[in-house]
Design a protein around this ligand. Structure first.
Ligand SMILES: NC(=O)C1=CN([C@@H]2O[C@H](COP(=O)(O)OP(=O)(O)OC[C@H]3O[C@@H](n4cnc5c(N)ncnc54)[C@H](O)[C@@H]3O)[C@@H](O)[C@H]2O)[C@@H](O)CC1
Ligand SMILES: [K+]
Length: 595
C-alpha cells in the first residue's frame, strides 16, 4: 500500500520531524540531494563510468572526498525555495564526483529560506550561480552540446502560482518546444516544475498541456508520492517516479489502521488518500488484491445463497446488453446467484442470451418492490441500459428504500440530473456506490465539477492568482471533488478515469491509477463501465463493504484488462476474472504501478 500525501501533509511531516529535534532541515535537504544523485545513477548507471581521457582536476576537487572526475556534465536549475536548495546539494555532490556543472539560480540569496540559502552559499564556494534566463540556458547547450543530465529544481511542493517569465521559457525548452531532447536527460526534483502536486494540473496552462511536450525521464520525490504524481496530467509528465526515503517515517502519522482481518472483505482503512495497486511502499496492509484473496478463501464450500444474491435491473428490448454484461460480471466475481430483472417485452431477448444468470420478469417499480421482498437479495445494480426518465427514478427509489447494497451507474445517475438532491435524500450511508464518469459527475454535482474544472477555465489568466490566493491553499483536485461528492451524497463515489478516485462519505479516499505497468488504454471500450458496476454489485452481494467493493472492482477491472491485452471488448472482462483470481491464488505478482 502506498499512502499519497498532499503538499500540506508533507510540509507538516517535515515540520514535526524538525521540531522533534532529531533531525534538522539541512539534514533532510542533504538526504534529499543524495537521494536524487543515487536515483540519477540508478536510472543511468552508464554515467558512473568515466568518459574519454581524464581531464585536469577541477580547481576545487578534493581527492580526500572520495570522488573521481570525468567529463560528465550536468546543468542544474535551482529555484528560489527549498526545491532549489535540493538542486544546490545535487550540484555540490556531482561536483565532488568531478562532474562539470552549470548551475542556474533564481532570485536573491537573501530572500531564500534558510536551508536553501546555506546550500546556495556552499555551492557558491565551488562555482558560479548563473541568473536563469532562457538565452543563458540555450547558450550553454548550443556551445557545448547537450549535457548528460539536467536537473529541474525550480519549484516543488511550494509552487503557489503559475510559472511565468524566463522560468517558463526555460521549462518549455526543457520539455522539447525547441526541438532538442532535453527531457530524456532530465531529472525533476519532486515534480516537473509547474506541476501542482495536489491536483495534477499545471496551473496557467491550457487543457491538454503536456501533449506534444516530452515527459521528463525521472522524477524523484521524497518520503511518499504526492497526489499530483498520479492524477491529472502528472503521470504524463513525471516519467519514472522514484520515491526517496529521507527518514521521515517516524513522523508520518497515519490516522489509525482500522482493518479487521476477519471481516468479510475487510473494512477500508481509515486513511487519507492511498494509491491502489502500487509497489512503492508496501506495508503488508490490505490492498485490493488482498481483498480479492480474502474472497477467494471464502469461496470454497457453502450454499449458493451463502455467496449472496445479486439483482441487476435491465432496460427494455434492444437495450438489455449493458445489464447482461453487469450480471455476467457479478456472477464471475463470485456472487452465488445473479438475477436479471427484465421488462416483459425483453424477457425473450434476455433469456435467449443468458444461461447461468436467472431471468425474472419485472414490469415496473411496484413489481421490483415485490421481488425485493426476498431478503436473500443482498445487492442491486441499476443503471446500465436502463433509460433516462421517471420510470428509472422510481426504480432507483424502490431499490434504495429496500435497504440493500446498491450500485447506481449510467442512466440511474443521469435520471436525477434535474434534481440530484432527490437522489441524495434517498441514500442510506454505507450502502450505496455511485459510479459516475466525468459527464455524469458534472450532471449530479455541477458545483463541485465547476470547481474541479476551474483551473482550465482560468488558464493563462491573472484570475489564477486571485483564485489561488482566495483558496488560500492547494488547487482543488479530483480527489477533493470525489470526497466532497461522497460527503454530500452519503454514497461511496467512484469517479472514473485513468485516475479513478474512490471516496467514502467519511473521508478516506483511494486513487486507482491505471498508469505505468497498470496502463490499459484498451479498457476504454463500450460496456466496460457496465462490467465495473457488475463487479461492485457482485462483491457487495458477497458482503464486501461498499468502499472495499468499489476499490477491489476497480483493481480487478484493470487487472482483467491487462490479462487480456489489446483487442479487448467488454465481454472479455468477466471472462478474465478466473485467470486473475488463479494468479492471486498462485501468488503471481499482480501488475503494479510504477514498474
Ligand atoms: N517538505 C520536506 O519535507 C522537504 C522538502 N524538500 C524540498 O523542498 C521543496 C519545497 O520547498 P518550498 O516549500 O520552499 O517550495 P518550493 O521550493 O517548491 O517553492 C517555493 C518558492 O518558489 C516561489 N514560487 C512559487 N511559485 C512560483 C512561481 N510560479 N513563480 C515564481 N516563484 C514561485 C515561492 O515564492 C518560494 O520562494 C520540496 O519540493 C522539496 O524539493 C526537501 O529538501 C526534503 C524535505
Ligand atoms: K522541480
Amino acid at each position: 500500500m502506498t499512502e499519497l500525501l498532499t503538499c500540506a501533509q508533507m510540509r507538516d511531516i517535515e515540520r514535526r520531524a524538525i521540531e522533534s529535534g532529531s533531525v534538522t532541515g539541512l539534514d533532510l535537504m542533504e538526504r534529499a540531494g543524495q537521494g536524487i544523485v543515487d536515483a540519477i545513477f540508478a536510472q543511468w548507471p552508464e554515467l558512473l563510468r568515466q568518459r574519454g581521457p581524464v581531464p585536469a582536476p577541477p580547481r576545487y576537487f578534493r581527492q580526500d572526498e572520495g570522488g573521481y572526475f570525468s567529463r560528465r556534465r550536468a546543468v542544474v536549475l535551482c529555484g528560489p525555495g527549498n526545491n532549489g536548495g535540493d538542486g544546490y546539494v545535487v550540484a555540490r555532490l556531482l561536483h565532488r564526483m568531478g562532474w562539470q556543472l552549470t548551475v542556474f539560480g533564481m532570485g536573491e540569496v537573501e530572500d531564500m529560506p534558510p536551508d536553501a540559502r546555506v546550500n546556495r552559499t556552499r555551492w557558491s564556494a565551488l562555482g558560479p550561480v548563473v541568473p536563469l534566463t532562457c538565452d543563458a540556458f540555450l547558450a550553454v547547450s548550443s556551445g557545448r552540446g547537450l549535457a548528460d543530465v539536467y536537473v529541474d529544481a525550480l519549484f516543488g511542493t511550494g509552487m503557489t502560482r503559475p510559472v511565468q517569465g524566463e522560468a517558463l521559457k526555460v521549462l518549455d525548452v526543457l520539455a522539447g518546444s525547441g526541438g532538442d531532447d532535453f527531457a530524456s536527460r532530465t531529472v525533476a526534483v519532486d515534480a516537473p516544475s509547474g506541476l501542482c502536486l495536489d491536483s495534477g494540473h499545471v496551473p496557467g496552462r491550457p487543457e491538454g498541456y503536456g501533449r506534444g511536450l516530452r515527459s521528463v525521464a525521472l522524477t524523484v520525490t521524497f518520503d511518499s508520492p504526492k497526489v499530483g504524481h498520479v492524477i491529472g496530467i502528472g503521470p504524463d509528465i513525471c516519467g519514472r517516479l522514484a520515491v526517496c526515503d529521507i527518514g521521515l517515517r517516524p513522523w508520518r502519522e497515519f490516522e489509525g489502521d482500522q482493518i479487521d482481518p476477519d471481516a468479510p472483505g475487510g473494512t477500508m482503512r481509515h486513511m487519507n488518500v492511498r494509491l491502489s495497486g502500487a509497489p512503492m511502499v508496501r506495508e503488508g496492509r490490505r490492498d485490493p488484491e488482498d481483498i480479492a484473496r480474502h474472497l477467494l478463501k471464502r469461496a470454497s464450500g457453502g450454499h449458493k445463497f451463502d455467496h449472496g444474491h445479486c439483482l441487476v435491473v435491465s432496460g427494455g428490448v434492444a437495450r438489455t446488453g449493458a445489464a447482461r454484461l453487469a450480471a455476467r460480471a457479478a456472477l464471475r466475481i463470485g456472487a452465488g446467484l445473479v438475477t436479471l430483472a427484465v421488462p416483459p417485452d425483453a424477457v425473450a431477448e434476455v433469456a435467449a442470451q443468458t444461461t447461468a444468470v436467472m431471468v425474472r420478469e419485472v414490469t415496473g417499480p411496484a413489481d421490483l418492490a415485490k421481488v425485493l421482498e426476498d431478503r436473500r437479495i443482498r445487492s442491486i445494480c441499476l443503471g446500465p441500459g436502463l433509460g433516462v426518465g421517471a420510470r428509472t427514478r422510481e426504480m432507483v427509489a424502490v431499490a434504495l428504500e429496500a435497504g440493500r447494497h446498491v450500485v447506481l451507474d449510467a442512466d440511474a445517475l443521469t435520471s436525477f440530473a434535474d434534481d440530484p438532491g432527490a437522489l441524495f435524500a434517498l441514500i442510506e450511508k454505507g450502502r450505496v456506490v455511485l459510479t459516475p464518469h466525468g459527464g455524469e459527475f458534472a450532471r449530479l454535482f455541477p458545483e463541485i465539477d465547476a470547481r474541479l474544472n476551474a483551473p482550465r477555465l482560468l488558464a493563462d489568466d491573472e484570475a489564477w492568482h486571485t483564485a489561488l490566493a482566495a483558496q488560500g491553499g492547494p488547487l482543488y483536485s479530483k480527489v477533493d471533488a470525489a470526497r466532497e461528492a461522497a460527503a454530500s451524497s452519503g454514497a461511496v463515489v467512484l469517479l472514473k478515469g485513468r485516475d479513478t478516485v474512490i471516496a467514502l462519505p467519511e473521508g478516506p479516499a483511494a486513487v486507482h491509477a491505471a498508469i505505468g505497468a497498470r496502463a490499459a488504454p484498451w479498457l476504454a471500450t463500450a460496456g466496460a463501465g457496465d462490467v465495473l458496476a457488475g463487479f461492485i454489485a457482485g462483491l457487495m452481494a458477497r458482503e464486501c463493504p461498499p468502499g472495499d467493493a468499489a476499490e477491489c472492482a476497480a483493481w480487478l477491472h484493470v487487472e482483467a484488462a491487462l490479462a487480456f491485452g489489446p483487442g479487448l471488448i467488454a465481454e472479455d472482462l468477466p471472462e478474465m476474472v478466473p485467470q486473475v483470481l488463479r494468479g492471486l491464488e498462485n501468488g503471481d505478482q499482480p501488475h503494479l504501478v510504477g514498474q
